[in-house]
Design a protein around this ligand. Structure first.
Ligand code: KG4
Ligand code: ZN
Length: 346
């Protein structure tokens, strides 16, 4: 089965062709970073309009690269949500229209399920069941993953997502957007011990070593950075030290919560995905943790940590292969809890 995947939930237009026999055949990504640079964040209306411009040329390019004609495509997958409503509708309208024109089935994919399954595109992939840490610009969550579509949230952020904390901290430090890679780069020259930023919700409770649960909070970390930069010039040394100390605190929190989640589920596999999973410090720390616990850890390749079409094509393949079909009507869901997706239904 050969599936075309289309991702347009935010500021990246991602397109890919996945083949169940041959694996990933081709993928293309157009990042709108430059378009939004002057605004310090993504402008939803500009994002939607740019997806319209880029999606069809990218689809043509992947089909050409994979030497695939329309009659060789067996299904189409597009991101239904969560994300920016206008941006999502571009992918939904395009995916649905192509499916109608080519007379093939079509399926809408949950963006975070795409991330969750992205390590399965790598050699030696994880197998269900596993514990997953999903860390992106909009989400921070730990989930117990029993099977495709059977996800139980173990903990999630009660305020900012971790990627959002990276982005806001980068903005405060004048490092631009997106903040994650900029912070990681600046942190290379910094002292991670100079600032003791808070690690919210990680203190062991006094009673019998019980811990405060698997939810996250990152807004306090951002406030601590605001305090650290107050009333002093932003020298490159200060920026590097704050970036390093911030990254250290964020990685600490994520690693501690992963350890507690693995203790709770008893899982022998940890899957880590979403934009922040590209972070090298986080990868190193979680590899170290997994060795300590005797657990295997799985990441997508760094370019598939952030938004891409390959993960949507792959998730679409799994759902279409499980028999999921959609009616001709379509929609977009700006908000969509991952526990509500459900297994494939036809
Ligand atoms: O998954 P993604 O591309 O889009 C969403 O679904 O949100 O994640 C984007 C987020 C941004 O907040 C970005 O700053 C963060 O991932 N990010 C990183 C790194 N690369 C991207 N955060 C930390 N370190 C990185 N290397
Ligand atoms: Zn994403």
């Amino acid at each position: 089965m050969r599936v075309l995947g289309i991702e347009t939930s935010c500021d990246d237009t991602g397109v890919a062709l996945y083949d169940s026999g041959q694996g990933l055949l081709a993928h293309r990504l157009f990042s709108q970073t430059e378009l939004h640079l002057d605004y310090g964040g993504v402008v939803p209306e500009l994002a939607a309009r740019d997806h319209i411009r880029k999606a069809l040329p990218l689809i043509r390019a992947v089909m050409q690269e994979a030497k695939t004609r329309p009659d060789q495509i067996n299904g189409i997958a597009y991101t239904t949500g969560p994300g920016l409503a206008g941006a999502l509708l571009v992918g939904a309208a395009l995916g649905r229209s192509l499916a109608l024109a080519w007379n093939v089935p079509c399926v809408g994919i949950h963006h975070m399920e795409g991330h969750l399954l992205s390590p399965m595109l790598e050699p030696d992939p994880p197998a269900f069941p596993f514990t997953a840490l999903l860390v992106s610009g909009g989400h921070t969550l730990l989930a117990d993953v029993q099977a495709l579509g059977r996800y139980t949230i173990l903990g999630e952020s009660v305020d900012d997502a971790v990627g959002e904390a990276f982005d806001k901290t980068a903005k405060l430090l004048g490092l631009g957007y997106p903040g994650g890679p900029a912070i990681a780069q600046a942190a290379l020259d910094g002292d991670p011990k100079r600032f003791q930023f808070p690690r919210p919700k990680t203190g062991r409770l006094k009673t019998q070593g019980a811990h405060p649960g698997l939810d996250f909070s990152f807004s306090g970390l951002k406030t601590a950075v605001v305090t650290a930069v107050q009333n002093q010039p932003l020298t490159s040394r200060l920026v590097a030290d704050i970036a390093a100390s911030f990254e250290e605190a964020a990685v600490d929190v994520l690693a501690i919560k992963c350890e507690w989640a693995l203790e709770q589920t008893g899982a022998k596999q940890l899957v880590v995905a979403g934009g922040v999973s590209a972070n090298r410090k986080l990868r190193e720390r979680l590899i170290h943790l997994s060795e300590k616990l005797g657990v295997r850890v799985f990441f997508p390749r760094p370019e598939f940590s952030t938004d891409n079409g390959a993960m949507i094509a792959y998730a679409g393949y799994l759902r279409l292969a499980a028999g999921q079909r959609e009616p001709l009507s379509f929609g977009a869901r700006a908000r969509w809890p991952i526990e509500e997706i459900g297994a494939a239904k036809n």
